[in-house]
Ligand binder design. Structure first.
Ligand code: HEC
Ligand code: HEC
Length: 305
């Protein structure tokens, strides 16, 4: 509730019994409904998250850029990630997915092997895209690229392992580097391709963690203990039917990165397939999301057909 406005509080949508107020089932359904409004016509968010963000050249990592990063961090990030970057911001206890602790320098969505530092571009992308539905991490694509680079520099300063190395865009900071904005359209591919993708899905055992229809699974006390490299719990294996729920982005390149490098802990890394191409599996995953959005007006819209 914003104080001084006519917006009334809706206390019954929260359960305050365990210390911090937690949304009730009804509260969560209401949020899911609000997020889904208008998406039945054209899901611009799903389209946006399915595109690989452009990584512009990095500016010089000087004192001015770091000062700007500190200022932006205090303004936009500290409430969740903590003033000290330790993931213990004021809002952290309210969130299902724990905000990242930046001091360890261990990230999940990377283009580098598990346990090694992320590329600067990986952080730039995470800041640009946010965490998608389910995670509270907002997207900051509206900040100018220089400001997003300033934040990357600020995050690296929190970690002894990443501090002091300057900034590097992929391709040595030259022209744009990895992934221009345009997606490689892979929605088609035909039945043969889809069938090969389905076989990869079955042979690699994806359904064991993501569910038979790719609907995602919650971590359970009996199930595998999903944690990331930093030991933080991973509460869910992603619902692969909804591009907005892909927390590392839903572009072809993002999916390839996750398959190749894993997320350090919960999602394993896979050997490149025979023939070297993940395309059939990606086509299959894209088919899952089309099936979901064809069945209902919009994924996750309660009470609508
Ligand atoms: C409303 C709370 C909130 C705010 C504000 C917020 N974040 Fe996050 N952030 C999160 C949560 C929650 C996660 C973990 C998401 C997940 O598990 O998928 C996260 C994850 C991240 C990650 C990690 C991605 C990875 O690969 O592990 C980065 C980087 C990040 N945030 C940067 C920032 C920056 C920079 C800002 C400010 C510009 C910011 N966040 C603001 C909640 C927040
Ligand atoms: C051992 C369990 C497990 C298996 C097996 C597994 N996954 Fe995952 N996967 C996860 C978990 C848990 C996450 C969420 C990771 C995180 O947030 O750190 C995930 C994340 C992902 C993501 C990234 C989604 C995002 O949020 O950005 C994709 C894509 C994915 N898995 C596809 C697959 C495919 C395809 C297969 C089979 C080749 C597979 N997974 C096998 C557990 C698994």
């Amino acid at each position: 509730v914003v104080r001084g406005t006519p917006m009334p509080p809706y206390r019954h949508l929260f359960d305050a019994r365990q210390g911090a107020p937690r949304p009730t089932g009804e509260g969560r359904s209401l949020v899911a409904f609000l997020q889904a409004l208008g998406r039945g016509r054209r899901d611009v968010w799903a389209e946006w998250r399915s595109r690989e963000p452009k990584i512009p050249p990095a500016p010089a990592a000087d004192a001015a850029l770091l000062t700007r990063g500190e200022e932006l961090y205090r303004l936009h990030c500290a409430t969740c990630h903590g003033a000290a970057g330790d993931g213990r911001g004021e809002a952290a206890p309210l969130l299902l997915f724990p905000p990242r602790d930046f001091t360890a320098g261990l990230y999940r969505f990377r283009s580098t092997p598990a346990g090694s530092p992320p590329a600067d571009a990986d952080l730039f992308r995470a800041i640009t895209l946010g965490g998608g539905t389910g995670a509270a991490m907002p997207h900051f694509d509206w900040l100018p690229p220089r400001d997003r680079w300033a934040l990357v520099l600020r995050l690296k300063e929190f970690s002894p392992a990443l501090r002091g190395g300057g900034l590097r865009a992929p391709g040595g900071g030259g022209e744009g580097g990895e992934g221009a904005a345009a997606p490689r359209v892979r929605a088609g591919g035909g039945e043969g391709m889809r069938a090969r993708g389905r076989a990869m899905w079955d042979n690699l055992g994806c359904a064991a963690c993501h569910g038979a229809a790719g609907e995602g699974m919650d971590a359970t006390p009996e199930g595998p203990p999903w944690t990331d490299a930093a030991g933080a719990p991973v509460p869910r294996a992603t619902d692969l039917r909804d591009p907005c729920a892909y927390r590392g982005g839903a572009s072809d390149a993002a999916i390839e990165r996750v398959l190749r490098w894993g997320t350090a802990g919960a999602m394993p890394a896979f050997e490149p397939p025979a023939g070297g191409s993940w395309d059939p599996l990606i086509v299959f995953l894209r088919g899952l999301s089309r099936a979901a959005s064809g069945a209902a007006t919009s994924p996750g819209t309660p009470g609508r057909r």
